[in-house]
Design a protein around this ligand. Structure first.
Ligand code: AMP
Ligand code: ZN
Ligand code: FE
Ligand code: FE
Length: 298
């Protein structure tokens, strides 16, 4: 593969969380799409790392990572219509996967996700009895981080909706009548935990407004002061004007700007490599890491 043209995609999901391609298939898809650097960032787990590493082809580099489920201050005072916190996602790259705080928090979060999805499935089944709430976990094999897209697939299989995307519009979206919250990690704690484990924290899709409420950009400066290294600027859920705002802010406060597809296989319509990170930004992130190395295909 020509490294000069090789693309860098730093945010993808496999069947170890809510993607539809196995870690092995994801590596093959990445190579076919011309990626030279692939980051595997399943939700709240490092369970796919070894599987992806085992099939890494020559000419491709693997960044081992995860996407942490967090709760952040919004940066706005609480008002009757707007609580002062919001669920956010934090990407962590190249951290030591055996760091005790990370292991403990990932274990807690996966258990939290199981309970939360069970509750949501039961809520949905009240109005959509074609869904068998007790069978939803048939789609979540042992060792998988469960997420709303799994319930989305169950709704597609039951004939309630035509696609996972459609399931999110009325049924699964944050704040719907079926929605159940989970107890996520305070984002400040997650930043500190990842840094302590030798990793590099990057704030994922901070202005993905279509998903619901988002943070004020000022929160990024507060997190930069405690070790946040980068921010996802180019993301499929970011509007053009928000990308420009984030690019300017990143330069101002010293955050590395990244771009990534957030590929989920067939659970979303975005192709792998649809958004990419500049080589110098990637190198700047790698230079901050001391947990595990970037792997090179042999
Ligand atoms: P959860 O992690 O269980 O809260 O589910 C959130 C996940 O659902 C996100 O990480 C996205 O990957 C996915 N998601 C959010 N909105 C959509 C959508 N409209 N269509 C498909 N997947 C979505
Ligand atoms: Zn996801
Ligand atoms: Fe995310
Ligand atoms: Fe993601």
């Amino acid at each position: 593969m020509s490294s000069a043209r090789a693309l860098i995609d730093l945010h993808t999901h496999s069947t170890v969380s809510d993607g539809t391609e196995t870690p092995e298939e994801l590596v093959t898809t990445a190579a076919a799409a011309g990626l030279g650097v692939l980051a595997l960032t399943d939700h709240d787990t490092t369970g796919g790392w070894e599987r992806a590493a085992a099939v890494l082809p020559s000419g491709m580099r693997l960044v081992r990572g995860a996407e942490f489920s967090c709760v952040s201050p919004t940066g706005r005072p609480a008002t009757p219509g707007d609580r002062a916190t919001v669920a956010v996602h934090l990407l962590g790259y190249l951290f030591d996967p055996a760091h005790p705080a990370i292991v403990a928090e990932q274990t807690r979060l996966v258990a939290e996700r199981v309970e939360r999805l069970r509750k949501m499935a039961r809520n949905v089944a009240v109005d959509y009895p074609r869904l068998d709430a007790e069978r939803v976990f048939d789609l979540v094999p042992e060792g998988t981080t469960p997420g709303r897209p799994h319930l989305g697939r169950a709704l597609v299989a039951a004939g309630v909706v035509g696609s996972v995307n459609e399931a999110f519009v009325d049924i699964l979206r944050t704040g719907s009548k079926y929605y159940e919250p989970k107890r996520d990690t305070p984002v400040e704690d997650a930043v500190e935990m990842i840094v302590e484990a030798g990793g590099v924290p990057v704030f994922a899709h901070p202005l993905a407004r279509s998903r619901g409420r988002v943070i004020e950009p000022s929160v990024l400066a507060d997190l930069a002061a405690i070790g946040l290294a980068g921010v996802e600027v180019d993301h499929p859920d970011h509007a053009p004007e928000d990308r420009e705002l984030l690019r300017g802010l990143a330069a101002e406060i010293g955050l590395v700007p990244t771009g990534s597809s957030d590929f989920h296989g067939d659970n979303k319509t975005t192709a792998i490599g649809a958004e990419t990170t500049a080589p110098e930004a990637f190198e700047a992130l790698v230079a901050k890491a001391s947990g595990v190395p970037v792997l090179e295909g042999a």
